[in-house]
Design a protein around this ligand. Structure first.
Ligand SMILES: [Ca+2]
Ligand SMILES: [Ca+2]
Ligand SMILES: [Ca+2]
Length: 593
């Protein structure tokens, strides 16, 4: 196939076909991840479903870990501004089912996700669980099998084979844990497993990575992208831990094998490939996700345009060739055609790739939502479902199916300063009035908080209460608690936490975070130009601290800017409460929220 014509060469070709803006890649990643959560979160199972449309089964342990990683990619890409509650939701989902299983590679996938959960949140319970899984996996190291050179980690506790997934995967885990523990034994273990696997299970001429070795010493060279992907990841993690260039060279040579032997040509360029959507069945459906992940890691380290091109062409093909746009689902084969249904692992692989590539394309442009608005569908949830069926919600959905004990929604909120806040819920009560118990920081705030009926599920309303909050993080937990009187169905959309002690910066009349000429202009236009929206916080515009707003404030700002007069009084230049208490006139003041 001919390479695609470059939009630079022929300007009439739509450049958008081959290179999108970072904003577009982030929008695609959001759409894919939101669709994934809406389609695969199972309220009934408190787990991820196996299939869309639902076939009644939950996904397996290792494919759940892939879904977990895909969600973590979204949290990482958005710098924690979106999806963050899902980390605890998914941890809790697995915690209810247990962590120790019969396959060392499966435990390793889970441990890698948990370690990332820790790195993104700082919460040590994720790190502890990852370390506990690592301790179990270490028991899988064996020197009695297989073939002439013995070593490596068993694939499973029944000792039927040793696999790249359990060996290269554990190198990544051990090297990353070493970053946290600084225990030489962790790094030594990573090097020991890597040395065995690289010498015995990587072809020295082609750099293909063996899938597994049987107890009789037979090496099985199944060709799957994730085998090479994991060994690339293992090489990079040891390169980062030791600065030994040989590891990086190994990663690049293995990547050459992937580029030449595990890709398919499309109009968008070479795309990662493990076979067609029918030939790549079962676990294979997930494999390109980890392959993409560790190629992206190689790109992060090298910033090589060749690696970027492979990532970009794959991400573009996923969106343009493999996507069912009506359902927002993606084919197993990233070369397409679009599917009519999707397994959870194939969805996780596409969501990972779209999120990882968006991150590589540029910084997250933001959610477009106020920072003091917390979406219920991104809170930590227990026992409830999420949906997006009744328009009128914000974000990408709301919490639903909520009418029983043990079901709750925990919002992690952040307020910049201690003070009195209004907590405003946006909800629909289509079955009549409902109520819930509300706790803040573990203490009951309202035992039986009422959400008046809204007449239908398509009608949303707000209901609010006031509470003093301490600066920093708090958890607002909205729970169905029969003993407290909780009753009836409730669809919860979001929570807004608004300060009733408005904070501002004196003189910054247009609330853009800086004091400059535009503030004086905003005041003049507000007063004389018929532009009432230009000043939402009159207290901030009262630059001369007179207690009122008039043209003298604009002149005060001009004198200050041109160094002819004094700087504004408190609060300036940091955010603070208005000591004159005319702040009741303040509307939105984003720089201090
Ligand atoms: Ca919402
Ligand atoms: Ca300003
Ligand atoms: Ca004034």
């Amino acid at each position: 196939m001919k390479p695609p014509a470059r939009c630079l060469v022929l300007l009439v070709l739509p450049c958008s076909l081959y290179a999108q803006s970072p904003e577009e890649y982030h929008a695609r990643a959001d759409a894919a991840l939101e669709s994934f959560l809406l389609k695969f979160w199972s309220q009934g199972a408190s787990y991820l479903k196996a299939h869309y449309p639902d076939n009644g089964s939950a996904t397996g342990y290792w494919t759940f870990a892939q879904g977990f990683d895909a969600v973590l990619d979204g949290v990482e890409r958005t710098e924690g501004k979106a999806y963050a509650g899902w980390i605890e939701t998914l941890f809790d989902a697995q915690n209810q089912r247990g962590w120790i299983v019969d396959y060392y590679d499966d435990e390793n996938w889970m441990a890698l996700a948990l370690l990332r959960a820790h790195d993104l949140t700082g919460d040590t319970h994720y790190l502890q669980r990852a370390a506990a899984l690592f301790a179990d996996i270490r028991n899988g190291w064996d020197t009695t099998c297989c073939g002439s050179k013995k070593g490596g980690i068993w694939w499973n506790k029944a000792h039927t084979q040793k696999a790249t997934a359990s060996n290269a995967g554990v190198v990544i885990l051990a090297a990353r844990l070493y970053e946290h523990t600084q225990l030489p034994t962790d790094l030594d273990f990573a090097k020991q497993v890597y040395a065995y696997w690289f010498e015995n299970m990587v072809d020295p001429s082609s750099y293909q990575v063996t899938d597994h070795i049987n107890p009789d010493g037979t090496k099985v060279f199944w060709k799957f992208t994730y085998n090479e992907g994991l060994m690339i990841g293992a090489s990079i993690e040891l390169y980062r831990a030791t600065a030994d260039e040989q590891y990086l060279t190994n990663a690049q040579r293995i990547t050459s094998f992937v580029a030449f032997h595990e890709t398919v040509s499309t109009a968008y360029g070479k795309v990662l490939d493990d076979g067609t959507s029918s030939s790549c069945a079962g676990d294979c459906q997930a494999f390109k996700g980890p392959a993409f992940r560790y190629l992206k890691l190689l790109y992060d380290v090298t910033e090589s345009p060749a690696y970027h091109n492979l990532l970009r062409s794959s991400a573009n093909a996923i969106w343009s060739l493999a996507r069912n746009s009506a359902e927002e689902i993606f084919a197993v084969s990233w070369a397409g055609p679009a599917p009519v249904d999707s397994s959870e692992p194939q969805a996780a692989a596409a969501v990972m790739a779209l999120n990882l590539f968006a991150e590589a394309s540029g910084p997250f442009p933001g959610t477009g939502r106020p920072s003091n608005q917390y979406e219920a569908e991104e809170a930590a949830i227990s026992g409830v479902g999420i949906e997006a069926s009744h328009a009128g919600f914000t974000g990408w959905g709301y919490v639903a199916g909520w009418n029983g004990p043990g079901q709750n929604v925990d919002f992690s909120i952040h307020v910049p300063a201690s003070g009195t806040y209004e907590l405003i819920f946006h909800y629909a009560g289509g079955a009549g009035s409902a109520s819930r118990r509300i706790r803040i920081g573990g203490a009951t705030a309202v035992a039986n908080f009422s959400f008046p009926g809204t007449g239908s599920w398509d009608s949303y309303s707000t209901v609010a209460f006031e509470r003093a909050l301490t600066s920093g993080e708090s958890v607002v937990s909205v729970a169905f608690d029969s003993a407290s009187g909780s009753h009836n169905y409730l669809n919860l959309d979001h929570l807004v936490v608004r300060s009733l002690t408005p904070r501002m910066v004196r003189g910054d009349a247009n609330a853009d975070g800086v004091l400059d000429l535009t503030d004086a202009v905003a005041i003049a236009l507000y007063l004389f130009g018929g532009r009432p929206n230009l000043v939402e916080c009159q207290a901030a515009a009262d630059a001369d601290s007179s207690g009122g707003l008039d043209i003298a404030d604009a002149l005060f700002i001009l004198r200050y800017i041109f160094q002819l007069g004094a700087e504004p009084g408190s609060p300036f230049p940091e955010c603070g409460a208005d000591p004159l208490e005319v702040a009741a006139s303040c509307g939105a003041y984003p720089p201090c929220e």
